[in-house]
Ligand binder design. Structure first.
Ligand code: FAD
Length: 278
């Protein structure tokens, strides 16, 4: 849609002071989907020329904020990493067509901070670290699981830029299990749970997203029992943090979050499927 309060657009490569009413423009798939009456100018990241995906010498993978969903999915199909199947699984968890895939960026998805943000699920589950650049040039890092603080709320100051997310080599080497559920076919994710089993030390991480207002990554030095996992999820997520909107009631999301967590635990520990599991 037309954003009729926008008076200007500038390329982010041109250094200019940040002004009230400025916003970073990633792929624009959210920004142009509804009125933005508080915005006056867009600062376009699309011509920054950042390499979408970069392997580092230590085996980690840096995903530029401007990497599109389509680029990430293509990369995942070719990658030999044990955790690579998660890339496309998370891309397909978008309630979106290929047109959105080709424009929407990983950074835009994180900065939108929707509970059903599948790039949040992916980067939180794989222990990603966000690199943030402030207007004064200062940089800082924050874990992807901590970057999103609630529905639409993120750890980002005015004018601060999400530059990239780095996934450590250790997480990329994990065996993974993925579960996602929606209230209706092809609907927005109501619960998305990812398990990662580290072959180096046998530790298990279970990350609950979409069902909750923010990501919850629970790490266990050894795979927990079903009862231990359930108790850990229930003590981490307060009643108010089970998300409530038209895509699912909090009670149902809690039920599905716990159920999917148990399904990924069973898949990764070879305990056999839950009765009635898909
Ligand atoms: C049909 C349709 C279906 C969708 N389905 C989903 C879905 O299932 N799940 C979901 O989460 N979203 C969904 N969306 C919303 C949106 O498309 C996605 O969140 C997308 O990933 C946003 O990325 P973008 O690059 O287009 O962000 P933009 O629209 O460009 O930006 C989104 C927000 O992030 C800020 N921003 C962007 N990049 C940066 C950066 N590098 N640093 C700091 N701030 C930045 C912008 O200022 C803006 O506030 C959907 C949208 C449509 C139209």
């Amino acid at each position: 849609m037309d954003l009729n309060t926008i008076a200007g657009i500038r390329g982010a490569h041109r250094r200019e002071p940040w002004r009230p009413g400025d916003a970073w423009l990633g792929g624009g798939t959210y920004l142009f989907s509804e009125p933005q009456p508080h915005l006056r100018r867009l600062v376009d990241l699309s011509r920054m020329g950042w390499e979408p995906l970069t392997h580092r010498a230590d085996g980690s993978l840096e995903i530029a904020a401007t990497c599109t969903i389509a680029q990430l999915a293509r990369f995942g199909r070719r990658s030999p990493a044990a955790a690579a199947p998660l890339f496309e699984q998370c891309c397909r968890a978008f309630l979106a067509s290929f047109k959105i895939w080709n424009m929407a960026t990983v950074g835009g998805n994180l900065c939108n901070a929707l509970p059903a943000g599948p790039m949040i699920s992916l980067t939180a589950a794989l222990d990603g670290s966000c690199l943030l650049l402030a207007q004064d040039g200062a940089t800082r890092e924050v874990k992807a699981a901590d970057f999103v603080r609630g529905e639409g709320a993120k750890d980002l100051a005015e004018g601060e830029l999400l530059r990239s997310v780095t996934l450590p080599a250790r997480a990329l080497g994990c065996r993974t299990a993925f579960r996602q559920v929606s209230l209706y076919g092809l609907g927005r994710s109501a619960a998305l749970v990812i398990g990662t089993l580290d072959p180096v030390d046998g530790s298990l991480a279970v990350t609950v997203t979409a069902a909750t207002t923010r990501p919850f990554r629970l790490w266990f030095p050894l795979p927990p029992t079903a009862a231990h996992l359930r108790a850990a999820v229930d003590s981490a997520v307060s009643a108010a943090e089970w998300f409530d909107d038209i895509h699912g009631l909090p009670e149902w999301r809690r039920h599905m979050g716990l159920r999917l967590a148990e399904e990924v635990r069973r898949e990764l520990t070879g305990t056999g499927p839950l009765e009635g599991a898909r």
